[in-house]
Design a protein around this ligand. Structure first.
Ligand code: ZN
Length: 229
């Protein structure tokens, strides 16, 4: 607890005075551009990684960066998605997994979940990722199995994300873009899922190339009128 008190003392003395105007402006409301869904892991710090200011990122964290598919059952993450998209009108949703994820390790070693039945139940939302990952050829290479499951989990959660009605509607008319990333803790790198190529690529591409994106082509593009044919 002492480290939290010391940290808040530092914030009050050094950080807040420098950004007093921003904090007072934000006291009346927020307009974040991105909903950032990531793992609860303490090593993943979105605001630090993206040099984000207060008010920019609407962050939702849970074990395994999971998005349950649409159903009658309400969960915190689904409510957060609905609020971020319909009310805050975010333009982007990122689902971000990471290396050395304890949730992914547990999925690969189900015996470790015997004492934590709620975690085990929550991680059922990774079942499709587990089954797809099992199709990959990495027998005898546990590191590869973890890497593969981590990637397939992000892809599966993006699939689940598309089943949320508010997300589906905005994707259809091109009003929202979605992204699936893996943060490499040791190397400070991010790989992003590219829907066109069906694989993960560096988030920061070589000069002139577009950043990989998980968004599919919108189906309901506005009809251009008064265009000469
Ligand atoms: Zn994790």
């Amino acid at each position: 607890m002492q480290s939290l008190l010391d940290g808040f003392r530092h914030f009050r003395k050094e950080v807040y005075p420098r950004q007093r105007g921003l904090f007072r402006q934000l006291a009346g409301g927020q307009t974040p551009h991105t909903l950032f869904i990531t793992c609860a892991d303490s090593r993943v710090m979105p605001e630090l990684m993206f040099a984000a200011q207060p008010g920019e990122l609407f962050v939702y964290r849970n074990i395994g960066n999971v998005v349950p598919p649409y159903s009658q059952h309400v969960s915190g993450v689904v409510a957060a998605i609905e609020y971020a998209v319909a009310v805050l009108q975010v333009k982007h949703i990122v689902v971000c997994g990471h290396t050395d994820c304890g949730a992914m390790k547990a999925v690969l070693n189900p015996d470790s979940l015997r004492e934590v039945p709620n975690v085990a139940a929550w991680l059922k939302h990774t079942d499709s990722a587990r089954q797809v990952a099992a199709q990959h050829d990495h027998v005898g290479h546990p590191e590869d199995a973890l890497h593969c499951l981590t990637e397939e989990n992000v892809v599966a959660q993006l699939d689940h994300l598309r089943t949320q009605p508010v997300v589906a509607a905005r994707l259809a008319r091109g009003a929202l873009r979605i992204h699936g990333w893996i943060y490499d803790i040791a190397h400070g790198e991010i790989r992003a899922f590219d829907a066109e190529q069906g694989r993960f690529l560096p988030l920061l591409p070589e000069d002139g190339k577009r950043a990989p994106e998980a968004t599919l082509r919108p189906r309901l593009v506005p009809v251009l009128r008064n265009v000469a044919v």
